[in-house]
Structures are given as structure tokens and as C-alpha cells.
Design a protein around this ligand. Sequence first.
Ligand code: ANZ
Length: 821
Amino acid sequence: RATYDIESTQAKWRKIWDESDPFTAHDDSAREKRYALTMFPYPSGDLHMGHAEVFALHDVVARYWWQRGYEVLNPMGFDSFGLPAENAAIKNDEHPATYTYGNIETSIQSCRNYALSFDWSRTFNTSDPEYYRWTQWLFLKFMERGLAYRKNSPVNWCPNDQTVLANEQVVDGHCERCGAEVTKRELTQWYFRITEYAEELLSDLDVLAPTWPDRVITAQRNWIGRSEGAHVDFAVDGRDEPMTVYTTRPDTIFGTTFMVVAVDSPLADELVTDAQRPAFEAYREETRKETEIERLSTDRPKTGVDLGVTATNPVTGDRIPVWATDYVLADYGTGAVMGVPGGDQRDWEFATEMGLTIIRTTQPPADFEGEAFHGEGPAINSPAPGVDSPLDINGLSVAEAKRATIAFLEEQGSGKGAINYRLRDWLLSRQRYWGAPIPVVHCPEHGEVPVPEDQLPVRLPELRGADLKPKGVSPLAAATDWVQTTCPTCGGPATRDTDTMDTFVDSSWYMFRYCSPDDETQAFDTDLVNQWMPCDIYIGGVEHAVLHLLYARFFTKVLADMGLVDFREPFSAQLNQGFVINRGKKMSKSLGNGVRLGDQLAEFGVDAVRLTLVFAGPPEDDIDWADMSPNGSLRFLQRAWRLSGDVTSAPGTDPAGGDVALRRATHRALHDAAELVELHRFNVMVAKIMELVNATRKAIDSDPGPGDPAVREAAEAVAIMLSLVAPYTAEEMWERLGHQPSVARAGWPAVDEALLVEESVTAVVQVQGKVKARLEVAPDVSDADLEAAALADPAVQRALDGKAVRKVIVRAPKLVNIVAG
Ligand code: ANZ
């Protein structure tokens, strides 16, 4: 059997595509526009199986839109700043730039070989000065709006990477990149005020929910973590100001038997009495060494130090002790908590450990056997019998009691209903080299002075041959010539900020830049961005569910407020692919189960690998490469390709008179495939192509034979549909069918609706028990319509011969029985 040669076919078409650029997006096109975006990679090596999967899936959508007549923006670039490149460069003893740009070149060639329909005329890298100039410009704009600011606070510190991390980069207490346990450090750092957008970032999730994956929506909701509660003021002996706590359960206030303050908060340091200071400082020293995991661990015994001061419960007048502990976090709420052991398990354990009073204020069900109870139940001991209080909430439900307590506190002036978010401001300074320098100068006279816009970019000094190993301070601090500068305000000596920006800043706005990638006068062209965006689809890994997607949404909202874009969400729809695994496990060096993309491509060819990945299952599911058969994919592709050699009718033959059954199959396949792509059910779409290939093969080998126009129509439809998944095979087929390239831009054939109507069934009509007529009717014909059609049939009329119809039995769509006389 004839087969095509993979290698020469790939070489041939690559050359033709490189010359013809069928996927350049034109801004001035009259066609309707679509923007297909897939997450750009870190160039830390060549493409791997994971890229192969996501890009193959993404390409189905982009190529489909081209076939449907849209002007498609499908750009690709590289997220080329950042730790992966820097760490790899250190390991290989190379400059990050050499390493990064070498990998980018390799990756582009691999993408081209992999036949991805990216518009390479728009590519850029976030480490290009032409790009990071505008990242810096955006930083300055945020600063102008009060959305970028510097503060001193305990921050997440990765002891391995020797840099701070954003909260979003701490996963279960570990560094998102290297897995080291994260500790805390007190540092002055730059932040973006993302919390100012907390409410909108949350509420707009409702708009996105229908077209975004559930797990991303849920992850973002949880991350923003809105809770409703109250701020409550507790008077403290010997202090003018009360201490304020945030609580989600103001209804439990009668059960507050102590206060707990974060040990590392300024408040604890301020409140502690001289007598308790030595114990407090020793304890604080101890907790400094703890990781976030340890602090939040629920199975560790609770620890703390009595600060020696007393607070007053505003509803009971009780005098309660104030303690410092590590289980209260300094940067959440107010960093202080009212201790309610009856309602909060941590407080319960703390009270038990320290011998503090426990009072239940919510009645648990009779069969409750736990310790703290945080379920539904009527309020009790609020106040307790014999206790005098101006507030009485006994018997109220949790919700009612909350409301009553807040109303009381507000009236008394000792509290206020409050909404709190778990979301923190985004810490963006990094003590690493390979990133965009923060465009700020520190002047002894004028403090933090923004670098004037016309002096952007603040270029990274080259630091060739310098030691970039993480040391806890930015390597830029060692570039004395670069650091020493003059103050833009007074001209006096000043120093540059030596930190670089988190790379998530770079990737928060790259989708805008693709719309006018060469613009030297602005970050992006507003008109073009409004034309192309928001992105109609964004495909990428679910690991970015919170980080990147939240930051990009935040940036978009700020840009909208700046009047630079006229939409407030960057990605209309989103799809997360699963992982490619092997033998049931994530691929890893230690397991020795890695699959090299290059090997697979060499053995089976690009198309077979792409087809295998798309056909494997729903795109969201993991793909176990061990269960896949790229060889089977290749056999299918060869079988499809052979069809094109067997067609004997001429190109342009009108299919109208062709075999109806095959025509129905073709139009059904085109119709369903289109719908399936829209629904992101790409694997089922491939199954439809396979069915059509089989039907066409049958038609060629038996009836109606290779010369029937329906056979040509079917083979052409196969080539066009296949162009979404297997571009080389599809081009080769198209050419053999007598057409000019490129099949990728041939256009989706119009579906003839009439051919979609299900084939008719034959209904038998009997008169007096004898068959008198056979009717071709729709399979879903109603009894009434079938009866009417039967009675109107001339043969039936003749058989009735004027006799009165006494009874009609109808069994649609198969049978009509008429009794007459
Ligand atoms: C009293 C209380 C009684 C609480 C009760 C809970 C149950 P979310 O829902 O996550 O916002 N809290 C407040 N600030 C804290 C901090 N900095 N570190 C640790 N815990 C803190 O949680 C809010 C609840 O977590 C607050 O409500 C407070 O404990 C605690 F029966 O106050 B609660």
C-alpha cells in the first residue's frame, strides 16, 4: 500500500509555509476578528510533551477559526525573564541572556516544525528592552495612581532561591518554583495594590463562570476569600486606643475569654509589659525560624506568651488577658483576634493549653462530641445566667445574633460590620538579576523618585562574568556604576532601586502588546487592542489558575480605569489542558519515565504526534503516553491520505448528483465537527473525521466507486477537517486532489442543511389488511401527519373506492391500517 514519506513531506511544506505565511493577522482586514491566545512559555529549554499537547489543542481552535473565515490573531512569544532561566544559566555557567535567547531560537524552530499556526511577525520576549521599557512605564503609571507602593512588613522568603515571594507563589507553605519551605523576613518591598480591586475581581467571576473552567473560578473565589464579619474594639488597660480585631463571628462575643495578637506584629511589641518582655522576645525569636507551614499546622501544640496586659470585653465588661501567639497571622485582618474557644478550634486548643476559660455560646446538637462548635444553633450564654449585659442575644440563630451584635456594637461605637478579603497586596520586588529593573531612584533628599518616562528603559546592566548566585540582596547591588546615579528631581547623588520585578508583572500585559508589538511610542495601541481583544480563547495550564490569571485580570481593570482599554476582563473564554504523563506518573528524571518530544516526532512524524494528543480524550484530562498509539495515528493518517490518490473525478466537479448516502455522511461530519470544536470536544471531532474516512474508503472500493462526485466531496472534506490537526497530511491530500495550497485557508465547506435531515423511513399502508402503498416519511413523523398522508395517497384512495373509513390504526412511522366499509 502506498504511504507518504514523513520527512520529505514535512520538509516540503515547511518551506512552502515559511514563504507564504498563511497565518499573518491583518489589522485592517474586513473579516470578523478572533484572538486565540495560548500561554507563552518560559524558554528554559526546548519544547516538551506538555507544550506539544497544549499547542496542538490550541492550534485546532485557531486553524478552525481561519477556516470559518475569521481574521485570527494567534501570536506567540516568550516569558523570558525569571528564575528558571536564571537558575539554569547559573548551573550552566552562562549569562542568562545567552542561555535564554539560545533557547528561544530553538523553541521557535520547534514550533515551526510542529506546524503551529502562530503569527511569527508579532513575536517578542519579555526580556527585550523594547518590551520591558513598557513594563517599567506601566509600573510608573501604577505608582502615579497610588497602586504601586513600598512598605516594610514580614514577607515570604524562599531560603533556596534567596528571594521574596508573592503570597500566590507560596503553595502549601512551599516555594512554587523550587519546593523549599518558605520562611518569613522583615523587608521593605514594592507592592501592587491589587486589594483595591478585590471586590470587582470577585464579582466579575460571575460573568466569566459560564466560559471559564469551574476549578479556576473556584480557586480565584477562594483566593480572594471574601468574608463578612465585624471589626470589634476592645479597650486595653493603659492604652488610649482600643485594639481592634476582625471576626467573622461577632455573635460569639460573649464567649471571648482572651485576646491573641500575632507575635510578629507591631501591636504585640507595643503592648507587652516590661516584666513580660524577655519571655516575649525569646518566643518571638523562636517563631521567626518557623515556616508558614509550621505556624498554620493544626496538629502542633499551641504556643504563646502572656503580654501582661488586660483588655475589656465590651458586652460583659469582663477583664480578659492578652496573649501573643504564632497562630495568628500579622498580615491578615488586623493581626489580632478575639479568642473564642467555644467556637474556634485553634482557640479551644490554646485555651486548654494555657488554662483559660471556655464558654460555649452556640448550642451544639445533642449528639455533638467535638470540642469547638462552629455550626448552626441558637445562641446560649449570651449573656450567661447571672451576667448583666445591655445586649441579650440568647435564642437567636447565628445570622440573627450576628446582626443584633453588630447593630449593638455600632450603636455603642465599639464596632462596625466589615468585609474582609484574604487577598493581600501583590509583592513584586525580587532580589534577583534576570528581571525588569524597578524604575525608581532613591534620593536622600526626595525619597522614592520615579525615573522620568523619557529615560526608559532602565536597562539591566550586563554584568558579564558576575556571580549571579542568590545571596539575599539583588546582584544588581554589586553593579556600582549602575547603582550610582543622580536624582531626577534635584540632580544630587542618588541610587537606583536594585530589585527587579516579579516576572508575573511581565506576563500580566503581554496579550495587549501582541496587538501592536512594534510600537515604539506606547505600550500598546488602544484602538488595535480594542479591535482584537478581549481574547476569545485562552488556553493553558491550570497551575496558573490563581497567579497569572488573577494578575492579568487586575492589570486589565487598571488599564480600563486609565482609559487605555474599553473592556475589563482580558479573556472571554478559557480552557485548561491536562498533563501528559507516562505509565501512570508525572514524567520525571528520577522516575526515568520522561518521553522526549523530539524522539516521538522523529519516529512518528509531527502529524501523528499531534493527532494522538488531540484524540487522546477530553482536553482537560491527563494523557498517559504509555496508553497511546502514535503508530495507530500514523496508520490512520496514511489511510486518509490514500483517499486523495484514489479520487478519479476532476477538481471542481459538482457534487450535486453524487451518491446521497456518502454526501449525507460528509455534511453530517462537517456539521458535527464544527460544533464539536466550538464545544472544545476535539477528540470527538477527530472520531468524526475517522468515520468519514471509513465511509469514503467503502464508497471507493465498492459502490458508487472512485469516480462518483460524492467521493471527491468527501475526500476534500477530510482534508479540510484534518488540516486542524494534521497540517502536513492535509496539505499533501489537498495537493493530490488537484488544489493549490494552502488547505489551511481553503475555508470550511458550506453545510447543506437538507442533507442533514435524517434519512426517511418507509411506512406501510394497509387497507382491509392488504398492503396498498408504501410512503417515504420522516422518522419523526406524527401519527396525525402519517394518517393524513396515507389517506391522501392515490393508491389508498383507489382501494377505498369511496367506502367510508371506519377505523384507522396508526403506528408512526412504520404502519397505517385502514378499516373501511
Ligand atoms: C472570633 C471567632 C469565633 C472566629 C468563632 C471564628 C470562629 P476568615 O473566614 O478566613 O476571614 N482571624 C482573624 N484574623 C486572624 C489572623 N490574623 N490570623 C489568624 N486568624 C485570624 O477567618 C476570620 C476568622 O479567623 C476570625 O473570626 C478570627 O477568628 C480569625 F467562633 O473571631 B474569628
